[in-house]
Design a protein. Structure first.
Length: 333
Protein backbone atom coordinates (compact mmCIF):
# COMPACT_ATOMS: atom_id res chain seq x y z
CA UNK A 1 0.00 0.00 0.00
CA UNK A 2 2.83 2.39 0.87
CA UNK A 3 4.53 1.81 -2.49
CA UNK A 4 1.26 2.48 -4.29
CA UNK A 5 0.72 5.66 -2.26
CA UNK A 6 4.21 7.04 -2.89
CA UNK A 7 3.90 6.11 -6.56
CA UNK A 8 0.67 8.06 -6.89
CA UNK A 9 2.12 11.03 -5.01
CA UNK A 10 5.16 10.96 -7.28
CA UNK A 11 2.93 11.10 -10.37
CA UNK A 12 0.99 14.04 -8.95
CA UNK A 13 4.18 15.85 -7.92
CA UNK A 14 5.66 15.40 -11.39
CA UNK A 15 2.47 16.72 -12.97
CA UNK A 16 2.81 19.81 -10.78
CA UNK A 17 6.45 20.10 -11.80
CA UNK A 18 5.75 19.81 -15.54
CA UNK A 19 2.98 22.39 -15.27
CA UNK A 20 5.40 24.71 -13.51
CA UNK A 21 8.14 23.98 -16.03
CA UNK A 22 5.94 24.96 -18.97
CA UNK A 23 5.30 28.37 -17.45
CA UNK A 24 8.89 29.18 -16.45
CA UNK A 25 11.83 30.61 -18.33
CA UNK A 26 14.70 29.04 -16.41
CA UNK A 27 17.24 31.36 -18.01
CA UNK A 28 15.50 34.36 -16.43
CA UNK A 29 15.09 32.99 -12.89
CA UNK A 30 17.66 32.66 -10.14
CA UNK A 31 18.41 29.27 -8.59
CA UNK A 32 16.93 30.32 -5.25
CA UNK A 33 13.66 31.38 -6.93
CA UNK A 34 13.32 28.05 -8.73
CA UNK A 35 13.99 26.12 -5.52
CA UNK A 36 11.42 28.20 -3.64
CA UNK A 37 8.81 27.47 -6.30
CA UNK A 38 9.53 23.74 -6.07
CA UNK A 39 9.35 23.84 -2.27
CA UNK A 40 6.05 25.70 -2.41
CA UNK A 41 4.27 23.92 -5.27
CA UNK A 42 5.79 20.44 -5.69
CA UNK A 43 7.23 19.32 -2.36
CA UNK A 44 3.87 19.55 -0.46
CA UNK A 45 2.31 17.25 -3.05
CA UNK A 46 5.14 14.71 -2.92
CA UNK A 47 5.24 14.60 0.90
CA UNK A 48 1.48 14.64 1.56
CA UNK A 49 0.64 12.52 4.67
CA UNK A 50 4.32 11.56 4.97
CA UNK A 51 3.86 10.91 8.72
CA UNK A 52 1.99 7.73 7.77
CA UNK A 53 3.99 6.22 4.90
CA UNK A 54 7.52 7.55 5.48
CA UNK A 55 8.59 4.60 7.73
CA UNK A 56 8.26 2.33 4.69
CA UNK A 57 11.00 4.22 2.80
CA UNK A 58 14.56 2.92 2.57
CA UNK A 59 15.96 5.95 4.41
CA UNK A 60 13.77 5.54 7.51
CA UNK A 61 14.34 1.79 7.51
CA UNK A 62 18.09 2.47 7.48
CA UNK A 63 17.75 4.98 10.36
CA UNK A 64 15.70 2.48 12.38
CA UNK A 65 18.61 0.02 12.43
CA UNK A 66 21.35 0.11 15.11
CA UNK A 67 24.09 2.60 14.26
CA UNK A 68 26.72 -0.12 13.70
CA UNK A 69 24.42 -1.92 11.22
CA UNK A 70 23.10 1.16 9.44
CA UNK A 71 23.68 1.30 5.67
CA UNK A 72 24.94 4.50 4.07
CA UNK A 73 22.15 7.08 4.34
CA UNK A 74 23.07 8.89 1.13
CA UNK A 75 22.78 5.68 -0.90
CA UNK A 76 19.63 4.55 0.93
CA UNK A 77 17.84 7.83 0.21
CA UNK A 78 18.55 7.58 -3.52
CA UNK A 79 16.54 4.34 -3.75
CA UNK A 80 13.27 5.92 -2.64
CA UNK A 81 10.60 7.18 -5.05
CA UNK A 82 10.27 10.34 -2.98
CA UNK A 83 13.95 11.14 -3.31
CA UNK A 84 14.27 10.23 -6.98
CA UNK A 85 11.59 12.85 -7.59
CA UNK A 86 13.52 15.41 -5.53
CA UNK A 87 16.80 14.64 -7.31
CA UNK A 88 15.13 14.91 -10.72
CA UNK A 89 14.04 18.44 -9.86
CA UNK A 90 17.42 19.39 -8.38
CA UNK A 91 19.22 18.28 -11.54
CA UNK A 92 16.83 20.34 -13.63
CA UNK A 93 17.47 23.42 -11.48
CA UNK A 94 21.26 22.91 -11.59
CA UNK A 95 21.21 22.35 -15.36
CA UNK A 96 22.94 18.94 -15.31
CA UNK A 97 21.85 15.69 -16.96
CA UNK A 98 19.87 12.94 -15.23
CA UNK A 99 22.89 10.65 -14.69
CA UNK A 100 24.77 13.30 -12.71
CA UNK A 101 26.04 12.07 -9.34
CA UNK A 102 23.45 12.52 -6.58
CA UNK A 103 26.05 13.57 -4.01
CA UNK A 104 26.96 16.55 -6.18
CA UNK A 105 23.31 17.68 -6.14
CA UNK A 106 23.20 17.56 -2.34
CA UNK A 107 26.64 19.10 -1.93
CA UNK A 108 26.26 22.12 -4.21
CA UNK A 109 22.60 22.92 -3.53
CA UNK A 110 23.10 22.62 0.24
CA UNK A 111 19.95 20.50 0.41
CA UNK A 112 19.24 17.13 1.98
CA UNK A 113 16.70 14.42 1.07
CA UNK A 114 13.07 15.43 1.40
CA UNK A 115 12.56 12.58 3.87
CA UNK A 116 15.02 14.30 6.24
CA UNK A 117 13.53 17.76 5.66
CA UNK A 118 10.05 16.58 6.76
CA UNK A 119 11.29 14.73 9.86
CA UNK A 120 10.54 17.61 12.28
CA UNK A 121 6.83 17.53 11.43
CA UNK A 122 6.82 13.71 11.58
CA UNK A 123 8.40 13.74 15.04
CA UNK A 124 5.87 16.32 16.25
CA UNK A 125 3.02 14.20 14.89
CA UNK A 126 4.31 11.08 16.67
CA UNK A 127 4.70 12.93 19.97
CA UNK A 128 1.27 14.57 19.67
CA UNK A 129 -0.73 11.39 19.07
CA UNK A 130 1.25 9.56 21.79
CA UNK A 131 -0.28 11.82 24.44
CA UNK A 132 -3.48 10.50 26.13
CA UNK A 133 -6.62 12.43 25.25
CA UNK A 134 -9.67 13.06 27.44
CA UNK A 135 -12.05 13.74 24.57
CA UNK A 136 -15.20 11.82 23.69
CA UNK A 137 -14.80 8.24 22.35
CA UNK A 138 -16.36 9.46 19.11
CA UNK A 139 -13.80 12.23 18.70
CA UNK A 140 -11.17 11.82 15.98
CA UNK A 141 -8.29 12.53 18.38
CA UNK A 142 -9.47 9.79 20.72
CA UNK A 143 -9.69 7.29 17.84
CA UNK A 144 -6.22 8.22 16.63
CA UNK A 145 -4.80 7.74 20.15
CA UNK A 146 -6.51 4.32 20.36
CA UNK A 147 -4.98 3.32 17.03
CA UNK A 148 -1.57 4.48 18.30
CA UNK A 149 -1.92 2.36 21.45
CA UNK A 150 -2.89 -0.64 19.31
CA UNK A 151 0.21 -0.15 17.15
CA UNK A 152 2.35 -0.01 20.30
CA UNK A 153 0.72 -3.08 21.89
CA UNK A 154 1.10 -5.25 18.80
CA UNK A 155 4.59 -3.95 17.98
CA UNK A 156 3.61 -3.01 14.43
CA UNK A 157 6.25 -1.65 12.09
CA UNK A 158 4.96 1.95 11.86
CA UNK A 159 5.28 2.46 15.62
CA UNK A 160 8.48 0.45 16.13
CA UNK A 161 10.36 2.25 13.35
CA UNK A 162 9.41 5.74 14.44
CA UNK A 163 10.16 4.87 18.07
CA UNK A 164 13.53 3.39 17.11
CA UNK A 165 14.52 6.45 15.08
CA UNK A 166 13.47 8.85 17.86
CA UNK A 167 15.22 6.81 20.57
CA UNK A 168 18.45 6.51 18.54
CA UNK A 169 18.80 10.09 17.30
CA UNK A 170 16.65 12.21 19.61
CA UNK A 171 16.04 15.04 17.13
CA UNK A 172 16.28 15.65 13.37
CA UNK A 173 19.51 17.66 13.71
CA UNK A 174 21.39 14.52 14.75
CA UNK A 175 20.02 12.73 11.69
CA UNK A 176 21.18 15.62 9.53
CA UNK A 177 24.68 15.25 10.99
CA UNK A 178 24.65 11.50 10.34
CA UNK A 179 23.55 12.08 6.74
CA UNK A 180 26.34 14.63 6.19
CA UNK A 181 28.92 12.15 7.47
CA UNK A 182 27.59 9.38 5.23
CA UNK A 183 27.51 11.80 2.29
CA UNK A 184 31.20 12.53 2.77
CA UNK A 185 32.03 8.81 3.12
CA UNK A 186 30.10 7.90 -0.02
CA UNK A 187 31.70 10.76 -1.95
CA UNK A 188 35.20 9.58 -0.99
CA UNK A 189 34.47 6.14 -2.51
CA UNK A 190 33.34 7.43 -5.90
CA UNK A 191 36.14 7.56 -8.43
CA UNK A 192 34.14 9.68 -10.86
CA UNK A 193 34.01 12.48 -8.27
CA UNK A 194 37.79 12.78 -7.78
CA UNK A 195 37.86 16.26 -9.33
CA UNK A 196 34.92 17.38 -7.20
CA UNK A 197 36.64 16.20 -4.01
CA UNK A 198 39.59 18.51 -4.64
CA UNK A 199 37.49 21.51 -3.59
CA UNK A 200 34.34 20.15 -1.88
CA UNK A 201 34.16 18.41 1.49
CA UNK A 202 30.82 19.45 3.03
CA UNK A 203 27.19 20.08 2.13
CA UNK A 204 26.54 23.79 1.60
CA UNK A 205 24.98 25.95 -1.10
CA UNK A 206 27.64 27.25 -3.46
CA UNK A 207 28.01 30.93 -4.29
CA UNK A 208 28.08 30.37 -8.05
CA UNK A 209 24.39 29.42 -7.90
CA UNK A 210 23.70 33.09 -7.24
CA UNK A 211 25.09 34.18 -10.63
CA UNK A 212 22.50 35.96 -12.75
CA UNK A 213 23.72 34.45 -16.02
CA UNK A 214 22.10 31.02 -16.44
CA UNK A 215 24.69 29.78 -18.97
CA UNK A 216 27.58 30.59 -16.61
CA UNK A 217 25.86 28.81 -13.70
CA UNK A 218 25.27 25.70 -15.78
CA UNK A 219 28.82 25.68 -17.18
CA UNK A 220 30.29 25.77 -13.67
CA UNK A 221 27.87 23.11 -12.38
CA UNK A 222 28.68 20.74 -15.24
CA UNK A 223 32.41 21.16 -14.80
CA UNK A 224 32.22 20.66 -11.03
CA UNK A 225 30.03 17.56 -11.31
CA UNK A 226 31.95 15.99 -14.24
CA UNK A 227 28.68 15.91 -16.20
CA UNK A 228 30.33 17.72 -19.12
CA UNK A 229 31.21 16.63 -22.65
CA UNK A 230 34.93 16.09 -22.04
CA UNK A 231 36.09 12.67 -23.21
CA UNK A 232 37.17 11.52 -19.77
CA UNK A 233 33.43 11.42 -19.07
CA UNK A 234 31.75 10.88 -22.45
CA UNK A 235 34.30 8.28 -23.53
CA UNK A 236 32.72 5.71 -21.24
CA UNK A 237 29.47 5.94 -23.20
CA UNK A 238 31.00 5.25 -26.62
CA UNK A 239 31.01 1.88 -28.40
CA UNK A 240 34.75 1.52 -27.70
CA UNK A 241 35.35 2.89 -24.16
CA UNK A 242 38.51 0.78 -23.80
CA UNK A 243 40.32 2.59 -26.64
CA UNK A 244 42.67 5.48 -25.88
CA UNK A 245 40.93 7.63 -28.47
CA UNK A 246 37.78 7.54 -26.33
CA UNK A 247 39.57 9.36 -23.49
CA UNK A 248 42.36 11.32 -25.22
CA UNK A 249 42.09 15.04 -25.87
CA UNK A 250 40.49 15.70 -29.26
CA UNK A 251 42.88 18.61 -29.88
CA UNK A 252 46.21 17.36 -28.52
CA UNK A 253 46.38 13.75 -29.74
CA UNK A 254 46.94 12.28 -33.18
CA UNK A 255 44.65 9.32 -33.92
CA UNK A 256 47.38 7.36 -35.78
CA UNK A 257 49.76 7.82 -32.85
CA UNK A 258 47.09 6.55 -30.45
CA UNK A 259 46.52 3.48 -32.61
CA UNK A 260 50.24 2.65 -32.31
CA UNK A 261 50.03 3.06 -28.52
CA UNK A 262 47.14 0.60 -28.36
CA UNK A 263 49.57 -2.19 -29.25
CA UNK A 264 51.51 -1.67 -26.00
CA UNK A 265 50.77 -3.96 -22.99
CA UNK A 266 49.49 -1.15 -20.73
CA UNK A 267 48.61 1.79 -22.97
CA UNK A 268 47.79 5.18 -21.46
CA UNK A 269 46.50 8.24 -23.24
CA UNK A 270 49.30 10.84 -23.30
CA UNK A 271 46.82 13.72 -22.97
CA UNK A 272 43.57 12.50 -21.41
CA UNK A 273 40.81 15.08 -21.82
CA UNK A 274 40.25 15.73 -18.12
CA UNK A 275 38.94 18.80 -16.32
CA UNK A 276 42.43 19.91 -15.35
CA UNK A 277 43.78 19.42 -18.87
CA UNK A 278 40.98 21.56 -20.26
CA UNK A 279 41.38 24.30 -17.67
CA UNK A 280 45.16 24.62 -17.51
CA UNK A 281 46.98 22.82 -20.36
CA UNK A 282 45.13 22.35 -23.64
CA UNK A 283 46.39 24.89 -26.19
CA UNK A 284 43.02 24.90 -27.99
CA UNK A 285 41.60 26.98 -25.14
CA UNK A 286 44.52 29.42 -25.05
CA UNK A 287 42.53 32.27 -26.70
CA UNK A 288 39.86 31.99 -24.00
CA UNK A 289 42.51 31.62 -21.29
CA UNK A 290 44.54 34.63 -22.45
CA UNK A 291 41.56 36.96 -22.03
CA UNK A 292 41.25 36.18 -18.30
CA UNK A 293 42.37 38.58 -15.60
CA UNK A 294 45.86 37.89 -14.29
CA UNK A 295 44.63 36.92 -10.84
CA UNK A 296 42.14 34.36 -12.17
CA UNK A 297 44.68 33.05 -14.64
CA UNK A 298 47.17 32.46 -11.84
CA UNK A 299 44.55 30.70 -9.69
CA UNK A 300 43.71 28.38 -12.59
CA UNK A 301 47.35 27.57 -13.31
CA UNK A 302 47.91 26.86 -9.60
CA UNK A 303 44.80 24.63 -9.68
CA UNK A 304 43.22 26.51 -6.78
CA UNK A 305 39.71 25.56 -7.83
CA UNK A 306 38.27 25.96 -4.36
CA UNK A 307 39.38 29.59 -4.24
CA UNK A 308 38.03 30.26 -7.73
CA UNK A 309 34.57 28.93 -6.86
CA UNK A 310 34.31 31.25 -3.86
CA UNK A 311 35.91 34.39 -5.22
CA UNK A 312 34.97 37.55 -7.07
CA UNK A 313 35.98 35.77 -10.28
CA UNK A 314 33.03 33.36 -10.42
CA UNK A 315 31.28 35.25 -13.20
CA UNK A 316 34.48 35.49 -15.22
CA UNK A 317 35.19 31.80 -14.61
CA UNK A 318 31.69 30.86 -15.79
CA UNK A 319 32.24 32.91 -18.94
CA UNK A 320 35.57 31.14 -19.53
CA UNK A 321 33.98 27.68 -19.21
CA UNK A 322 31.20 28.71 -21.61
CA UNK A 323 33.81 29.83 -24.16
CA UNK A 324 35.66 26.52 -23.77
CA UNK A 325 32.44 24.64 -24.41
CA UNK A 326 31.85 26.63 -27.60
CA UNK A 327 35.38 25.85 -28.80
CA UNK A 328 34.63 22.13 -28.39
CA UNK A 329 31.20 22.54 -29.96
CA UNK A 330 31.35 25.33 -32.55
CA UNK A 331 27.68 24.86 -33.48
CA UNK A 332 26.62 25.56 -29.88
CA UNK A 333 24.90 28.92 -29.44
Amino acid sequence: VSTQSTGELRKKALRSFFSLKRMLDTTALSTSTMLKLIDSLVKPVATYACQIWLPATNLIQALAKPRDERPNLSRSAGKDLLETTHLKLLKWVLGVHRKTNNNFCYGDSGRTPWAIEVLPQCFRYFERIAKPTQTSPNDVNFLVYQAFCEQQRLGLSWHTKWQSVINTYGNPNNILTAFSEDWKTDLSNQGKMSFYRTFKDHIAEEHYLGLKNWAYRVSIARMRSSSHDLRIERGWYTKTPHLLSSRACRFCCNIEYLEDLEALPFPEAPFPETEEHCLTECPAYHPARSSLSEHLKSLIMLKEYGLIMNSIHMNEFGQYLTKCSRIRNPKEK
